[in-house]
Each structure stands twice: as C-alpha cells, then as structure tokens.
Design a protein around this ligand. Structure first.
Ligand code: PLP
Length: 421
C-alpha cells in the first residue's frame, strides 16, 4: 500500500503537473469547474471497490448496506434541489445519461429533432457518427439567422416538417435562455416527447437563476460537473411515469455497476448546490460572464472584426464571433493560452471556417467563480482577454501573462492539496 509517489512515480509526477497547471492558470472552459475537496475525497475513496448493480434495496450483490444509503441520499437531495418526481443518479457521464434517455423515450429509427451541432448542440443530440445519429433519424433546427437565438417558431416549422418522436432542448455552446414552455407546446402539438439536456446550466437552475425545464420536459438529463461543480458524471430527472423505463434503460440498458465513489461525490455536490454560498457563486458566475461580454463589445475589440454572438449573455458563457476577423478560433485559443487563460475554440452558426479552426471562442465564467472571483477580478480578466483579442498577433503576451499571474496568486486553488503525495 505504498503512496502513489512510490507505487508509480511516473503517474504521480503527471498528477502533480496537472495540479500545478490548474493552480497556475485561469480556467475558462465553459464545461469545466473545480470540485470541492470533499468530492475529491469521495472519488478517491474505498467506494471505488464496490459492485452494486441494481438500485437501493434491490441489488444483485451483497454488502450494499452503506452504498444503498449513499445512493438514497444522493437521490433525495437531487429531487429536492430540482423539484423532480424521479431521479436516477447512476449515469457514468452526460453522454451515457443521454443514451438512456433515448432508450427510454424513443425507438431506434425514430426521428428526433435537436439543435444543430454547429449551432451549439451536443454530439448526443444527433451528430452523424454519434450513437444518436447512427441509431436514430436525427433532424436539426438552427438558430434564427438574424438574431442567432433559438426561436420557437423555427423549431415549430421544423417539427411540422419532420414529425419527430422527440424534441430536444439544451445546448453546449449557446449564450441565452430557451423558452421551455413554448418548446413543450410544440412537442404536444406534433405528438412528440420533450427532453431537455441541461448539462451546461444545471447549476444556474439549482440556484434559481435560470428557468427550470423540470416542470415542462418529460425528461431532463444533466452532467454534474459543469456549472453544478460536482464530479464528472450524469444524472436524469423525470416525471414519475417514466421511472420504470428510465431505471431499466440506465441499468441494465446502458451500464453495469454504478460508480459508487462518484455517486457519493454527486450527493455532496447536490448538498453544496442547495447552499446560500452556491447561489452566491452562481450570481458571481452570471455577473462575470456579463462583464466579459461587455468588454468584448468595446470598440478596440470591434476594430479587429470581433463581436459577441447575440450581443451578450444570460448564462455562464460568452460566445465570441470571429467570422469577420482575420484571427480564427485556433489562433484566438492559442493567443489566450499564451497569456495563461484556457478556453476552447468553437464553431459559430453559419461558420465559414472548418471546425478544426472554427470562427468562435467559447469563454466560461464558472470555474473562476469557484476560485473566488467577484466583479473586480472579472473586470481584470475581461480586460486581459479584450486587450489580447483586440491586438491579435501583436499582443504584449508577457505583460498580459503577468496580470494573469497576479490573479492566480491572489486566488490560490486547492492550497491544501500541495501535499498530495
Ligand atoms: N450534454 C451536453 C449539453 C454537454 O455539453 C455535454 C458535454 O460537453 C454532455 C452532454 C456530455 O457529457 P459527458 O462529457 O459527461 O459525456
């Protein structure tokens, strides 16, 4: 039982390097966050040893008395947090939660209608080489070409044309709020099920700062690790009538034994997400994203052909539009990386460039709020990003990196983990 530094120094060193990387830069990938130490403890615990196929009280293995209690607590907390009738906390990931939703709500070959991938949808909403596009007949709706917003009238037209068995809400790269009530009405009009994948904005929903899809959707899926700030994994909420189908679709439909160490981490993060501190964190997240959007709308950035999709944001992320800029997404991503800021390039709707370089940047505010940032620090990071993008290749990377270093120093991340080994 040697510590990792002795058992496997090669991996120990890489683990240590990754800790230093996370501590030493500004993490602004919209789908990432930092879990609390309590979640790290769950994930590194003896729960990883335990098989527990089945559900609490109905397992196919002995010795489940404690993991039963953990899973029950996780479920009760999630139900309360989101006001849901049913929850399944076993999906290993967002993609696996979504695969179970398909299995429970539609049949292979059925038509499904989701947001196009290049307009901000997710792979599991119908991408050609994903299971969702291979086993189901995937149709897509796009954003309104003038406003770049999801427009219920466009969804309705597409639904009337394509007769989907399921309409999909939710997104991976979109800066605004959808109208779940209108989408549910469209689903009812065409006789479709309505599923919302709230992976990105689940934390905002938990904090009461974003409309909840739960009252409208037949089923809501999510990841636990984006705005919600929990361990990498998924979960599903639904009306009680879908309980049996969803349970059997997750296990044994898509998965074998649940990852009890991760489920314990989910239980902890549902508890955290119900606290006033979490609400405050989500408020800072939203404020931070707005501050970033505002800075990127300033004249010096505009002069470089750069703008902000939809002119702002209602959520935790900002979509930067580089279609009219000489700088492409790859160059923008690399420039910010040199300054110590990690973001990702992303296609934007009607993108003239291939996805490998793309014409957009997706910038998220969640992880910095977890690190403790408030409006003052977001003003500073927004100005660093704005100044870099306005200057492009002639940016003074060294000076900008020094400003990032100062923020990093003032807001230490995981100071207790320096003794990791
Ligand atoms: N759903 C949405 C909307 C997402 O953005 C993502 C991840 O990016 C997922 C599902 C998939 O989650 P995972 O990476 O855990 O499979």
């Amino acid at each position: 039982n040697a510590p990792i530094s002795a058992a496997d120094p090669e991996i120990a060193e890489l683990l240590d390097s990754e800790l230093r990387r996370q501590q030493g830069g500004l993490e602004m990938i919209a789908s990432e966050n930092f879990v609390p130490r309590a979640v790290l403890q769950c994930q590194g615990s003896v729960l990883t040893n335990k098989y527990a196929e089945g559900y609490p009280g109905r397992r196919y293995y002995g010795g489940c008395e404690y993991v039963d209690q953990i899973e029950t607590i996780a479920r009760e907390r999630a139900k309360k947090l989101f006001g849901a009738e049913y929850v399944n906390v076993q999906p290993h990931s967002g993609a696996q939660a979504n695969a179970a939703v398909y299995q429970a709500l539609v049949k292979p070959g059925d038509t499904v209608l989701g947001l196009a991938l290049d307009h901000g949808g997710h792979l599991t909403h119908g991408m050609k080489i994903n299971f969702s596009g291979k086993f189901y007949h995937a149709e897509a709706y796009g954003v309104n070409p003038e406003t770049f917003r999801i427009d219920p009238e466009i969804i309705r037209q597409r639904a009337l044309e394509t007769h989907p068995a399921m309409i999909i809400g939710g997104w991976s790269a979109y800066p605004r709020i959808e109208d779940f009530k209108a989408m549910k009405e469209i689903a009812d009009e065409v006789g479709a099920k309505f599923w919302v994948d709230m992976a990105h904005f689940a934390g905002l929903v938990a904090a009461g700062l974003h409309p909840s899809p739960v009252p409208y959707a037949d089923v809501v899926s999510s990841t636990a690790h984006k705005t919600l700030g929990g361990p990498r994994s998924g979960f599903i909420l639904a009306k009680q009538e879908y309980a049996k189908k969803l349970n059997s679709s997750v296990f044994p439909g898509q998965q074998g034994g649940p990852l009890m160490h991760v489920i314990a981490g989910k239980a902890v993060s549902f508890k955290v997400a119900g606290s006033p501190e979490f609400r405050n964190r989500m408020e800072r997240t939203l404020e931070g994203a707005k501050i970033i959007a505002e800075r990127l709308l300033a004249d010096d950035v505009k002069a470089n052909g750069i703008s902000v999709l939809t002119g702002g944001t209602d959520v935790h992320l900002v979509m930067v539009d580089l279609r009219n800029s000489e700088m492409d997404g790859k160059q923008g991503e690399d420039l910010l990386a040199q300054c110590g800021i990690t973001i990702n390039r992303n296609t934007v709707p009607f993108d003239p460039r291939p996805a490998s370089v793309a014409s957009g940047l997706r910038i998220g505010a969640s992880a910095l709020a977890t690190r403790g940032f408030g409006p003052k620090e977001y003003e500073e990071v927004a100005d660093i990003i704005g100044t870099a993008l306005a200057a492009g290749p002639s940016a003074d990377v060294e000076a900008l990196k020094a400003r990032v270093d100062k923020l990093v120093e003032d807001f230490p991340l995981y100071p207790d983990l320096d003794q990791i080994h």
